[in-house]
Design a binder for this molecule. Structure first.
Ligand code: MRU
Length: 368
């Protein structure tokens, strides 16, 4: 990511002087604009309007939004502060339905609020604890991605050409990225890697965001339209596919950006590995299979228009599911911060989540 004025590297979302700041991804690649949210409703709107997107980034932004909502509460008792926090949490939950990281983050913030409220009735302490939890989630996200990147990079050989879809880079997380973090780690290890970047219709996360990130990182890349992927895979130009995940069911079925399923079938048909790289916060053990994943349906306008210009006859009906579900049988492995998980997935996924939960015990002290 580019540097800020004080030469610190930019993050996708962060807290500064009581304000939630985020890179407005709708303005990239043309302009790097920072959106400043002084009200929790602005954070929710930024998620809904996809100014910030990508499963892990959405989760952390919602956590900061809840901390901001807590901070905005000014008077009354600790109980009414909790009421406000719950209301803000509901607003965050209603922004986007598919990425489980959002619900995971909201739940974690609510648990923290209740945990602190049990011992401390002082609203100031609850507000402080909420911000500390959001900050902790942001720090963890970066560390988790770097760990995941190291596990995944072992699957990339010197000279490999990797195909990726959507944006699972620094912009989809707090920093570093998941699928793109794997590619980035391989590159940092000195491996020569080339990336085929699917443009990712209709929102163009590949063209606008992934190509932008790869350029910043100096990683060789070729942008292709989504419909070219089969051609290049068939020609033998792609050695492996690595992309992210928005929700992984207990059996390993997973939702990711629309177009992922087609790539999975292409990879299997052509005998190349197909990996999903995601933090354990993307795993939803509460659902047995991908059949239970809610797929967000976005405005048809995103398909019928480009930058406000109609590209279809007026009145054309268009479908716009933002994600699809890939059955587990197409997955070679899932790359997480707890290691690379191979089929059958359920046992490995449960073990990874249990390991992370066992480590995350946050006792409340007045200093946090
Ligand atoms: O609609 P988006 O842009 O939020 O969708 C993002 C994706 O599908 C990503 O691949 C996924 O969130 C993984 S990001 C690390």
């Amino acid at each position: 990511m580019p540097k800020q004025g004080d030469s610190r590297e930019l993050r996708t979302v962060w807290w500064e002087d009581g304000v939630v700041k985020l890179i407005d991804q709708t303005r990239l690649p043309g302009e790097l604009v920072i959106l400043e949210c002084r009200d929790y409703r602005e954070v929710a709107a930024a998620i809904k309007e996809m100014r910030l997107r990508g499963a892990p980034a959405i989760g952390v932004a919602a956590a900061y939004g809840i901390a901001l909502g807590g901070n905005q509460w000014a008077q009354g008792s600790g109980d009414s502060l909790l009421g406000q926090v719950k209301q803000v949490a509901e607003l965050m939950r209603a922004t986007r339905p598919t990425a489980v990281n959002l619900f995971w983050a909201v739940e974690r913030m609510l648990n923290r609020a209740h945990q602190v409220a049990r011992g401390e009735r002082d609203p100031g302490k609850i507000q402080k604890a909420l911000l500390a939890e959001a900050e902790r989630m942001a720090e963890e996200d970066v560390a988790v991605n770097q760990r995941l990147g190291r596990f995944g990079a072992a699957l990339i050989k010197d000279g490999d050409s990797v195909l990726t879809h959507c944006n699972a880079g620094a912009l989809a997380t707090v920093d570093y990225g998941t699928a793109l973090g794997v590619i980035r780690t391989a590159h940092e290890q000195g491996k020569r890697v080339h990336v085929y970047v699917d443009e990712t219709r209709p929102y163009l996360q590949g063209a606008r965001l992934t190509a932008w990130e790869l350029k910043q990182l100096g990683i060789p890349a070729t942008l292709i339209t989504d419909s070219m992927a089969g051609h290049f895979i068939h020609l033998g130009r792609v050695n492996l596919v690595i992309l992210g995940a928005d929700r992984i069911a207990a059996n390993g079925d997973f939702a990711n950006k629309i177009g992922t399923y087609s790539l999975a079938v292409l990879a299997k048909e052509n005998g190349i590995p197909f990996y999903s790289a995601a933090p354990t916060s993307s795993i939803d053990l509460a659902i047995p299979s991908g059949d239970h994943i809610v797929i967000e349906e976005r405005d048809a306008w995103e398909v019928t228009h480009f930058k406000g210009i109609a590209i279809a006859p007026e009145g054309t009906r268009a479908a716009n599911p933002a994600f699809d579900v890939t059955p587990n049988r197409y997955l070679t492995a899932i790359i997480t911060e707890e290691g690379v998980i191979y089929p059958p997935f359920e046992e490995g996924l449960r073990k990874a989540v249990a390991q992370v939960q066992a480590r995350r015990i946050t006792p409340f002290t007045t200093s946090n």
